[in-house]
Design a binder for this molecule. Sequence first.
Ligand SMILES: [Zn+2]
Length: 316
Amino acid sequence: MTSYTVDRNVPWPVPIWDADTVRMIAQDLGSGAYAVVADTAEEQTPLGIPQATSGGFIVGADAVLVIESMMTEALARQVLDLVAAATDKPIRFVGVTSDHGDHFFGDYVMPEQARIIQHENAFRAIEQTGIEPRKQAQIGWFDLGKGIEDVRYRPADLLVPADGRLTVNLGGGKFVDVLDLGQGQTPGDLWYHDPQAGVIYAGNAFICEKPAIPWLLDGVAARPARTLRKIFDWLPADTKIVPGHGRVTDKEGMRFFVEYTEQLVERVGKAVTDGLSLDETKKAVPMTEFDVGYPLYQWLHFEVNIPCAYQEAAAA
Ligand SMILES: [Zn+2]
């Protein structure tokens, strides 16, 4: 039996969101594509209140692709129920967007015949650390007794290599592109794009619309800024974007997130060039125009994102 300690050094009451109270709903985005979001997402995303993981599923003539298996068995079962309510086609594929537990821990609950898709870097990172430290980390954010302790590791079957892509054939001309578009948050981010439906599933590389800002927990800022800009410029204007956490949005809804990341890199980079210390940089780069109602802004901007961008720029 594994014992867990809970890291309470989180600037928001734990759990960040409560898996016990999350009720997922399916949203029909047309042409067989569905988003799965918390029923609070529509109202609370614009208020900056952290939301449960968003994902979805895509139905073709022969098969279903589920995107994100969620954090716990109970949440994964909600996804399975929503799929069953929409279609009797079998789930043949489950695609996850990263190596973060709230996106892939539910893999073990998915149907046995389904093939799990993940970025090769995410898969290798999980294999390297093992599942237990990842469960521990998630418990730090989401608390004990929410089902995370019970998670069993199920390795992915299909690995998308760095800079690679995979096309999933769901039958009847329904193809879904699984894309490595560059590091957004982690080095193992994947985006799932259904060009026919005009829908893209982003994962944590794009958490949600304004007022949220990125969580640059992986120690890099410049690469995510470039990646986000590239994706933003590439996306057709009418694409529906299912973010990592929150309600469905569109390209305009992504602008704030992209611009914050770019500005962070640019302004912190200038501070480093000017010889400022980290503390001086925090004073010089408050970026108050982006502090517009996200309750986690002060902690994320000053304690996570500025130090991340600063250390990266100083090492360059
Ligand atoms: Zn997440």
